[in-house]
Write a protein that binds this ligand. Structure first.
Ligand code: AMP
Length: 189
């Protein structure tokens, strides 16, 4: 059972690469952003709470996210492996993920970090905004999301380095080459 964290800024290609890994390995995929967007669409209480944060480019409170994550994770069991996309985004979330997996007798296998410069992220997200229909893919909210990433999420790189699980990969260029680099790490685990 593999638990793979795919990590990077908004627009770094986590979703695209997760889809390729799912196709290759048959892993299950947890995108917390997708989970929240489905809740918003469904008009649930959680969706109503999440909407304000998402549209402002801010993070949903840790306690709420951790709860959601455990439920989604348990719902996918049993399976060969899980890709965590967009979670954890803060150090408390990473600690909670570690504790949640330990309670289930498992752990994070590796953290795959997609490194992409900010100007390229902005370009990609503005392009995605033309077709994604996402309320947060506009220039002002993208800037906020990138600020939130640098302030709250990027410290996780050092956190996972300390855990001995971080693998940083160049996240631009040919999509298949990026995927090959990710697969090489997974296959070595
Ligand atoms: P994403 O689709 O991963 O870019 O997430 C879109 C938005 O959902 C983020 O900007 C946050 O507002 C919210 N979100 C997704 N995952 C998390 C998380 N792990 N913690 C807090 N907020 C999250």
């Amino acid at each position: 059972m593999k638990n793979i964290v795919i990590f990077g800024a908004p627009g770094s290609g986590k979703g695209t690469q997760s889809d390729l890994l799912v196709a290759k390995y048959g892993f299950r995929h947890i995108s917390t952003g997708d989970v929240l967007r489905a809740e918003i669409k469904g008009g649930t209480e959680l969706g109503k709470t999440a909407q304000g944060f998402i549209n402002n480019g801010q993070l949903i409170p840790d306690s709420l996210m951790i709860d959601i994550l455990a439920k989604v994770y348990d719902g996918l069991m049993p399976c060969e492996g899980v890709i965590f996309d967009g979670f954890p985004r803060t150090i408390p979330q990473a600690e909670a993920l570690k504790a949640m997996l330990a309670e289930r007798g498992t752990e994070v296998t590796c953290m795959l970090e997609l490194d992409v410069p900010d100007d390229m992220l902005m370009e990609r997200l503005l392009l995605r905004g033309k077709t994604s229909g996402r309320a947060d893919d506009n220039e002002e909210t993208i800037r906020k999301r990138l600020d939130v990433y640098h302030a709250q999420t990027s410290p996780l790189a050092a956190w996972y380095e300390g855990e001995g699980k971080r693998h940083a990969i160049k996240g631009y260029g040919d999509i298949q080459e990026i995927n090959d680099a990710l697969c090489a790490v997974i296959d070595a685990e």
